[in-house]
Design a protein around this ligand. Structure first.
Ligand code: FAD
Length: 406
């Protein structure tokens, strides 16, 4: 039976990063990666719309950790050991040039996830890490001195193993048998399905907004770009809510109401007083044709009509109720969400191994010596923007350091 110092189960982001770093820490180690698929790094390939958003330009550990609805407290320590700046340096040392976009997302300059994959494949080859594709791990168990790994293509053994299997329910079940608690998985990072005349015919329109959920004991709010789509609403402002509310919104069966303030920072009273001024200033002009507050013209028109003001109405015609309705519509428009859709650029599962059972200095299981876990297999996930990969890199790096020591 073939024996390795380290077997990594899962040829994804966390698995490759662990293997490469462990080999760099200790070039004498015999390391193997087992991947069930015909290809490795398949999520890296499709990530970030094919561009791979590797991290996010947030360089303060505490601030970075705030982007993790699950894992915020636990990742703070690890981020002091390896975070954004280290990730950038790591890739740049390997010859991958990176760029920071205006919204803070970090991508390879090539805008092609294949650059990251090529880098990982070259490194595994250089460091003589064996990559076993189409080797699905069916079981792993602790023997007296090592771990036995049973794969679809035969049995192997290793001193240390790393579980980097992402959100695979089968592996979670195996971990349950080893005594680990698995927090029930639910989707995170999804868009909201909304059928509503006010946003119909506006797909592609993006604007800054504040969004609140105040439905059956779920209170959440976010601020950021909101994108109107064919199915409803998306954009970072909405995706943030889907991440923070992943568990609660699943309980509501994705049926709830949101309150949208299209003019972030302004209250209904602020806007009402501006509208009263406009009534005098623009008296003879038609309200629908006169977009205000820098709102996209077509959105303004729909919101005006949505507040019960007919086309052709002039500012002078507006009565007290109409002014109030319009200011409410602009600052607290209620929309009914009915289901969710997948956000194609990035999605992730909330849930996984209970974080109480992990030593976050080393990413080793507190229950089993020489069993390490990193990436999405853990109950860690983030909002969109490169934070999910950063979790994989951080866990992978610190685990690699610990695994390469005696
Ligand atoms: C469409 C999409 C786009 C994304 N874009 C981004 C982005 O741009 N930025 C970002 O930060 N995050 C992004 N994410 C999230 C990110 O991809 C994940 O957080 C990250 O891939 C998790 O890494 P991982 O190594 O833990 O798991 P994975 O990447 O899922 O890798 C796990 C690997 O383990 C293998 N495996 C599972 N079970 C077994 C087994 N029994 N035996 C052998 N192998 C096994 C799987 O086949 C897989 O290859 C995106 C996700 C999706 C779905």
């Amino acid at each position: 039976m073939q024996h390795f110092d380290i077997i990594i189960i899962g040829g994804g982001a966390a698995g490759f990063f662990t293997a490469i770093n462990a080999a760099e820490f200790n070039p004498n180690l015999k390391i193997a990666i087992f991947e069930r698929g015909k290809e490795v790094l398949t999520k890296v390939k499709i990530s970030g719309g094919g561009r791979c958003n590797v991290s996010h330009a947030e360089f303060i550990p505490k601030e970075l950790s705030l982007n993790y609805p699950r894992g915020e407290k636990e990742l703070l320590g690890p981020f002091h050991g390896f975070m954004t700046g280290d990730t950038m340096e790591w890739f740049e040392k390997k010859g991958i040039e990176l760029k920071i976009e205006d919204d803070g997302r970090i991508f390879p300059v090539s805008d092609d996830s294949q650059s990251i994959i090529n880098c990982f494949l070259q490194e595994t080859e250089r460091l003589k890490i064996q990559v076993f594709k189409s080797h699905a791990v069916q079981n792993f168990q602790k023997e007296e001195k090592c771990w036995m790994v049973k794969s679809s293509k035969g049995d192997f053994s290793a001193d240390k193993i790393m579980l980097a299997t992402g959100s695979n329910p089968k592996m979670w079940n195996m971990l349950k048998k080893l005594g680990h608690e698995i927090i029930e998985p639910v989707p995170s990072l999804f868009t909201f399905n909304i059928q509503d005349a006010r946003i119909k015919d506006l797909p592609g329109i993006a604007t800054e907004a504040e969004v609140k959920i105040n439905s059956k004991n779920v209170t959440l709010e976010s601020k950021g770009p909101l994108l109107i789509t064919h199915w409803g609403m998306s954009g970072p402002g909405i995706l943030k809510l889907s991440a923070w509310g992943a568990r609660d919104l699943e309980k509501l069966n994705y049926q709830f109401e949101i309150l949208v303030n299209w003019l972030p920072g302004f209250t209904s009273e602020d806007i009402l007083s501006s509208l009263k001024d406009l009534k005098t200033k623009l008296a003879k002009q038609q309200v629908v044709k006169n977009a205000q507050f820098d709102l996209p013209k077509r959105l303004w028109k729909n919101l005006v009509i949505g507040s019960g003001i007919a086309e052709g109405t002039t500012w002078a015609d507006l009565n007290k109720n109409q002014l109030q309705n319009l200011s409410d519509q602009l600052t607290a428009a209620i929309f009914k969400v009915n289901g969710k859709s997948t956000f194609k650029e990035e999605f992730v599962t909330a849930g996984g191994v209970n974080l109480k059972e992990i030593n976050f200095k080393t990413f080793e299981s507190k229950l089993h010596k020489n069993l390490f876990l990193a990436g999405e297999v853990l109950n860690i996930d983030a909002i969109t923007g490169g934070f999910n990969f950063q979790n994989a890199w951080t866990g992978g790096f610190l685990a690699a350091k610990a695994m390469s020591e005696d």
